[in-house]
Design a protein around this ligand. Sequence first.
Ligand SMILES: [Zn+2]
Length: 77
Amino acid sequence: MPLYEYYCSHCKSKFELIVSHQHADDVVCMKCHSEKVRRLISTFALPRGGRDDYSLDDSGAPAMGGCGCGEGGCGCH
Ligand SMILES: [Zn+2]
């Protein structure tokens, strides 16, 4: 199973967790058990993290990493 790194905006701490893919977005902070955690590293190219208005259904071709550079042009990948 993949290793993910999370950041808790509640207690401002980072932690790593090995979770299965279907539970990757369903974790709580290891310290304060808050649900306000954000995944920092992902092996999946899903546009997540503060872009809740982004819809995959409209374009059918999601922008890689959500930066709009295509693939690797900006070095964010
Ligand atoms: Zn926390």
